[in-house]
Design a protein around this ligand. Structure first.
Ligand SMILES: C[S@@+](CC[C@H](N)C(=O)[O-])C[C@H]1O[C@@H](n2cnc3c(N)ncnc32)[C@H](O)[C@@H]1O
Length: 392
């Protein structure tokens, strides 16, 4: 049967990836910017077999947790896709997304209770931004959803006020001068007292900035990775490391050392592995500043490093991995299993790839001993998850 061009459907729940789920006449629909319980008239935009992708044309009856999105760019800007949900519904949807991935992808029949840590601020929380400038249209802001077109954003509702001021200043430069003098891709990040912009522009420099988190000081700049939501980081570190102590800990995808420093206070010896030279250099500096001499930062690819480690360590007590969204490659899972760590702490920004990797670790003799989530990205479907595994 041919699918219709328009349909009226009821949204059942929110799926991993943030789309709403609906069914009609044997077809499964994925609907953008939906809320559970919405009755909506949708337009079908894309078809693959029995799966249809659709966008809302009209809200016939709003679901109980639907709210008016406060941002004027909502629905066009690719940044936020959860503003239509009350904050309570956002947290519920994220918990369900993680549980769904654990059941469907990791095939864990009864996942443990997921402790969800809400954001400290639902708005104006982002301490890091990546803006685009289109020289032809002279638009400044973020890419539109699913496109390379730039959405012109004057005021961004999730941006920390000090970054909003930078965005305003860049816009003033654009209006006052020549677009050719400005970069197309601008990164900015704020620390406790300072900010860093890459490439430098107007009065803003690519400065080293610092954040104090959980008694440690971390230096970094706009060109190296650092988490975008400082408020929850102390709790994230505490959950990822818990009260573990021992001889040897390994921190894979270690960035500027967010977890390496606290690990170095609890373990006799620590290795951090990070491919980005700038981030690795900051990690070394952060360890030096903390006078921690028992941790070594390896600048290189995690998979390659693990390949060379078989037989190097008699016992790995604790292994933490915090990979990018794509999760851990097969070679990384294989290398971790060869190291046979007693305890694995997996920090992930994508529940689907986390679940894919957990399935492999569970099949190889680990048990899931706890799972927690941190709402680092309010108003979006993104969520940070920490999973703990013990060797059986
Ligand atoms: C999600 S970030 C986590 C960084 C750090 N743990 C933190 O929380 O600040 C992932 C890090 O992995 C690094 N990375 C990505 N692919 C890598 C690879 N194949 N080998 C080593 N590091 C990698 C990135 O440069 C980035 O710093």
């Amino acid at each position: 049967m041919q699918p219709p061009t328009f349909a009226t459907v009821t949204i059942e729940r929110i799926l991993p990836g943030g789309l709403g789920l609906a069914h009609i006449e044997g077809f499964t629909l994925f609907v953008g910017l939906a809320a559970p319980g919405d009755v909506v008239r949708v337009r079908i935009n894309r078809i693959r077999g029995k799966v249809l992708w659709a966008s809302i044309e009209e809200i016939i009856q709003p679901g109980p947790e639907r709210v008016e999105a406060p941002c004027p760019y909502f629905g066009v800007c690719g940044g936020c896709d959860f503003q239509q949900l009350s904050y309570r519904a956002q947290l519920k949807a994220k918990t369900e997304i993680i549980r769904d991935c654990l059941r469907r992808i990791a095939q864990i029949e009864s996942p443990p209770e997921i402790a969800m840590h809400p954001a400290l601020q639902e708005w104006q929380y982002r301490a890091r931004a990546n803006w685009q400038l289109d020289p032809v249209t002279q638009r400044l802001g973020y890419f539109e959803s699913g496109s390379r077109r730039v959405c012109d954003v004057d005021v961004c509702a999730v941006l920390a006020p000090r970054l909003q001021a930078v965005l305003g200043r860049v816009r003033a430069e654009l209006q006052a001068g020549s677009v050719d003098d400005l970069p197309r891709d601008i990164r900015a990040v704020v620390g406790d007292d300072d900010l860093s912009v890459a490439p430098p522009l107007a009065e803003f420099q690519l400065s080293d900035i610092s954040l104090a988190i959980g008694g440690e000081t971390y230096y970094f700049n706009a060109e190296s990775f650092f988490q975008a939501t400082p408020g929850l980081l102390e709790g994230l570190i505490a959950e990822a490391i818990r009260d573990v102590r021992g001889e040897l800990a390994i921190d894979l995808y270690s960035g500027a050392g967010l977890f390496t420093l606290p690990l170095a206070r609890r373990f006799t010896r620590v290795f951090g592995v990070e491919v980005n030279t700038r981030a690795a250099t900051y990690a070394v500096r952060n360890l030096q500043h903390a006078r921690l001499e028992n941790a070594e930062i390896v600048t290189g690819d995690v998979g390659q490093w693990l390949r060379g480690q078989a037989g190097s360590f008699s016992q790995v007590d604790f292994l933490l991995l915090d990979p990018p969204r794509a999760g851990a490659e097969n070679i990384v899972i294989k290398g971790i299993l060869e190291l046979n760590p007693h305890h694995i702490s997996y920090v992930s920004c994508d529940p689907a790839t986390l679940a894919r990797d957990l399935k492999k670790l569970l099949a190889a003799g680990y048990a899931l001993s706890g799972i927690a989530a941190f709402d680092m990205f309010p108003q979006t479907h993104h969520v940070e998850t920490v999973a703990h595994l013990e060797r059986i």
